[in-house]
Design a protein around this ligand. Structure first.
Ligand code: ZN
Length: 357
């Protein structure tokens, strides 16, 4: 199948897999979801590449995704079993290792991979077939309370920050993975977290609300001067995991002219909450897109696959499966213009608004 639509995507964990498995981005790998050959085949033009400090669920697992999801669930049943934040020195080392891996990949790519710092650079990459890496931190454990690291990471190219992953840190509280309850699972942002949002606004860095609990979300919504962005979250009304967004949260995203990226992880798509069943039809993805589009508008929805960090529907498989999602959406009534918005246009729009260039 030939990819006709260039996709820019709100979330992947490719750098963790490359490091865990010692794999190269330039080789077609036998497992995982993204490398340059498969990205080109599937029309994946780039994405938010997450830098995320591995917790216990991810250590010593050689990147096995099914095992990783199982252990994340086992360790995050409720607040009392949430792991403590990893230690600062370890978090900083791990973050530098992952950022350096992406910079080395860019340097070795012969112009085929680029770290993008502006919306113009991103648009040019998609036009020219250069894989666009947007540096994103998921869980601010490597950022100190004085925000010195944030200033330095920004200068290095960091353009997006998720305050928390599914555990607490000095800035806020992530949601534990729970099904059938609301994301209102704990306290809001700390004072340091509120300052973090203000400084991100000053730097014009994306503040990502995916993984935040509901009080933290509303703190961001009240404080931020930028569009509210959830890089990889779905509609809670259709799949009531705490990781998904309630209708009032979606309304706030719409009112801020923000953005939601569809998470392809099977559990976050399904109404029965089954977290590990690849036998999840493309229609479950289309149903989520339809709902999100109706709630927040056709200009505020895109993809946030979670490639290399989640269990994909079998019909997607890996990044080569993206054209099948596009075809399913076309059959559901989306035309070329709206498919282009979903595939990358809306991400460019919201990043231009946030970054101011
Ligand atoms: Zn995530």
């Amino acid at each position: 199948m030939i990819a006709r639509f260039s996709v820019f995507d709100g979330h992947n964990d490719v750098v963790l897999r490359l490091l865990a498995k010692g794999q190269s981005f330039f080789d077609r790998n036998p497992d995982g979801h993204i490398d340059l050959p498969r990205a080109q085949e599937g029309g994946l033009g780039g994405g938010f590449c997450a830098i995320s400090v591995p917790g216990a669920h991810r250590q010593n697992l050689s990147g096995d995704l099914t095992e990783m999801v199982k252990r994340a669930l086992a360790g995050h049943g409720d607040e009392s079993t949430m792991p403590p934040p990893p230690e600062y020195g370890y978090s900083l080392n791990s973050t530098l290792e992952q950022m350096a891996c992406l910079f080395r990949t860019e340097a070795q790519s012969g112009g085929r991979v680029k770290i993008v710092r502006t919306a113009e650079e991103l648009a040019a990459c998609l036009r020219d077939g250069v894989f666009a890496v947007l540096l994103h931190i998921e869980g601010a454990e490597a950022i100190d309370a004085e925000l010195n690291a944030l200033e330095v990471f920004y200068q290095a190219g960091l353009r997006s920050l998720g305050i928390v992953w599914s555990r607490p840190n000095i800035f806020g509280f992530g949601v534990p993975f729970k099904f059938g309850v609301s994301p209102d699972t704990g306290p809001g942002l700390t004072d340091a977290g509120k300052e973090l949002v203000r400084v991100c606004n000053r730097l014009r860095m994306v503040v990502d609300v995916s993984h935040l609990n509901e009080k933290g979300f509303w703190d961001v919504a009240r404080l931020t001067t930028a569009p509210i962005i959830a890089t990889h979250s779905n509609a809670h009304a259709l799949a009531p995991w705490t990781r998904n967004l309630t209708d009032p949260q979606l309304d706030a995203i719409r009112d801020s002219d923000g953005m939601v990226g569809l998470n392809f992880h099977v559990g976050f798509l399904r109404d029965d909450g089954d977290m590990a069943n690849p036998d999840t039809p493309l229609s479950a993805m289309v149903r989520q897109i339809d709902y999100l589009v109706e709630r927040v508008g056709i200009d505020r929805v895109g993809f946030g696959s979670d490639f290399d960090g989640a269990i994909m529907p079998a019909d997607i498989g890996d990044s080569t499966g993206l054209p099948r999602l596009i075809d399913a959406l076309r059959l559901a009534g989306y035309d070329d213009a709206t498919l282009t918005k979903l595939a990358h246009g809306n991400w460019i729009r919201v990043l231009r608004q946030t970054w101011g260039e």
